[in-house]
Design a binder for this molecule. Sequence first.
Ligand SMILES: [Zn+2]
Length: 266
Amino acid sequence: MQLIIGILLAILIAYLAYRARSLDRSGAYAAFVVGTVIFGLGGWGWAILLLTFFITSSGLSRAFKDRKREANEKYAKGGQRDAGQVFGNGGIATLFAALHFVFPEATWPWLGFAASLAAVNADTWATELGVLNPTSPRLITDLRKAVEKGTSGGISPVGTLASLAGAGIIGILAALLSPTGSDWSIFLWVTIAGLLGSLFDSLLGATVQAIYYCPACQKETERNPTHSCGTQTTQIRGWTWLDNDWVNFACGTFGVGVVLAYLVLG
Ligand SMILES: [Zn+2]
């Protein structure tokens, strides 16, 4: 019964997001898969966490449009999310919902699920709200170095606070909706895991993420093979395979690592 409700809810959400242009066609199919597993095998608490991530990130990507125009030229993809982005952000959460189905009595699948969503939510909030920082961001590997808004690896006070808030909202819900009952240590650890995951994302962006250069605009960008202006970009640093989707995946995985380390050590 829960699986059938899960499938119907997943179809509904994927369809609405596609119609609202939050997802492209491949993204809608991916969201259907992610939604079916998380709603169908997890249940209501799991659905609420996923929807909190999905609705706030779609909403924030629409907010402050004109203040983001410049930064958006740098990001690998536009506002419409595709399958790579959906799996990059939601793939690990999907895995943990499936693990909960296999180990229904265990607490760790819920913690891993929440930590991965806290990390990608923190990263999304930081990206979407960080552009509101009044001054230029600084490079996470060299805080004395100012970089243009939207540069991979750039961090700012507003962005970091947004990251903390994005992790915290998932942390609060994870504590309240925990299958083992409300527990405030869950809030603390999921929030820390989310914040550290999003900082790890910035660290990868500053070091090994594949970064390209548009010769026409004379700007760095994640966009490949062509910039938003249509010009062909050339890679200037990073590992070619490590695109933004894999960086998001690593961000969620790092969050999971933090919360599982807490379980093992704490
Ligand atoms: Zn260009």
